[in-house]
Design a protein around this ligand. Structure first.
Ligand code: NDP
Length: 397
């Protein structure tokens, strides 16, 4: 049905490549390109059957991207490199009139700040060029945003309170490791907390607000209010929301390591000169931490991510909880990657599938909650991420 170019050969790229190759009726021609070609080759070999072509590309370089896109001629580019590359890849898609999909919003490399403004600014140009950009199609952002759209469409007349709850109750056996790119992950979790309430953003100190929440099949876990990017688009696209928050579980051991890393300056993005060479501390830290893509082998336990929503239905207050639990071991057996890469890569593959099937195809730049959630949720359940709905339950929040 279509040709796809995947950019980025990390944990998420591994899952996207495996899942696309497992759906040959949709993805008829697959190319995996990244900065280090040997990583693409290793993934292609693990998938087997000569199903995946590989290439080297520097995704910071627009002419190089344009050349690759023009030679392979994909119908859609799936960006699972780093958020720093979003704008250059979007630019190359624009120049070649090719559809675009990603899983994380743009973040400048020299400033620990992420927001959609830079990517939303491409809307008119994508619209005029007659091409689609699908933003934030991982799990969170991604499936959580689509759960919200589904709830608003089918279960509520008005959604008012949204709490996205993200629990990783897995154990990788390492003293400290991050579940996706360490640089991006540490930048995300060390920033101030932020949530939407009564028409404005409210700021908190990092990890200032926390409480135990019960996760299905897992039990109580201390959960911390942090800022997460989908809140920005969800409050825009669902203006009835009076409050929107995001909670993530962290263990004490993880938080202690994080505090030490920050206190000794290793989370800094300011370059320092060491033995005559400029190095960025957080990039050096990434080089010595375990590679998230290789955590899978001994990873036990599961993730549980979902949306807890309160609102009005037929004049009465209603509560609703929709979630997925994903086992790290099952994810590893299927794709060779752990659950966090799996829960990101499967939705990215399904988003590209929605585009190729013509179900999510509009001219312009869109967040996933702006598309029809029904075909996506049906497919994502069949592709390995089934979801469960609970009605009129205690949301604890
Ligand atoms: P990794 O660090 O494992 O992989 C990133 C890949 O991008 C690597 O192969 C890297 O190449 C490649 N890359 C980096 N810079 C360039 C460049 N300039 N040109 C070409 N390739 C480049 O990250 P993950 O797989 O864990 O995460 C991928 C993306 O998924 C990130 O943007 C992350 O934020 C997002 N994500 C989204 C989630 C969601 O639920 N929405 C959850 C988890 C992650 P090299 O191998 O040479 O370093």
């Amino acid at each position: 049905m279509g040709k796809v170019l995947i950019i980025g050969a990390g944990g998420v790229g591994t899952v996207v490549a495996h899942k696309m190759a497992a759906n040959p009726g949709i993805f008829t021609d697959i190319m995996l390109a990244s900065r280090t070609k040997s990583k693409c080759d290793a993934i292609a070999e693990a998938v087997g059957g000569n199903k995946i072509k590989t290439a080297k590309v520097d995704a910071n370089n627009v002419p190089e991207l344009v050349k690759l896109i023009e030679s392979f001629k994909p119908d859609i580019v799936v960006n699972v490199a780093l958020p720093y590359q979003d704008l250059t890849i979007m630019e190359a898609c624009l120049q070649t009139k090719t559809a675009y999909l990603d899983t994380a919003n743009y973040e400048p490399e020299n400033e620990a700040k992420f927001e959609y403004s830079w990517q939303w600014a491409y809307h008119e140009r994508f619209k005029e060029a007659g091409i689609t950009a699908i933003l934030g199609c991982g799990f969170d952002p991604g499936v959580t945003s689509i759960y919200t759209a589904y709830a608003a469409k089918h279960h509520f007349d008005e959604i008012q309170y949204l709490d996205i709850v993200d629990c990783n109750a897995g154990d990788h056996g390492k003293a400290f490791a991050t579940n996706f790119n360490p640089e991006i992950n540490i930048r995300e979790v060390t920033q101030k907390g932020k949530f939407w309430e009564d028409g404005q953003w409210k700021l908190t100190e990092p990890h200032e607000i926390h409480k135990p929440l019960n996760y299905p099949n897992i039990g109580p876990k201390e959960s911390y209010l942090i800022y997460h990017e989908e809140l920005e688009s969800l409050v825009k696209n669902f203006p009835t929301l009076k409050r929107a928050r995001f909670w993530m579980t962290f263990g004490q051991e993880y938080l202690t390591h994080l505090r030490v890393i920050q206190n000794i300056g290793m989370a800094s993005i300011e370059p320092v000169v060491y033995e005559g060479k400029e190095i960025v501390p957080i990039q050096f830290l990434k080089a010595v931490l375990p590679n998230p893509g290789e955590l899978g082998e001994n990873y036990t336990g599961e993730t549980s991510i979902g949306c807890r929503i309160r609102g009005m239905k037929d004049g009465k207050e209603k509560t609703y909880y929709i979630y997925n639990n994903c086992s790290h071991e099952v994810a590893y057996k299927e794709t060779g990657a752990q659950g966090v890469s799996y829960t990101t890569g499967v939705p990215a593959m399904v988003g590209a599938m929605m585009y190729l099937k013509g179900l999510w195809k509009e001219n312009g730049v869109f967040n996933v909650e702006e598309f029809n959630p029904d075909p996506f949720l049906k497919e994502v359940a069949e592709q390995g991420l089934p979801w469960i709905e609970l009605h009129d339950v205690d949301l604890e929040l």
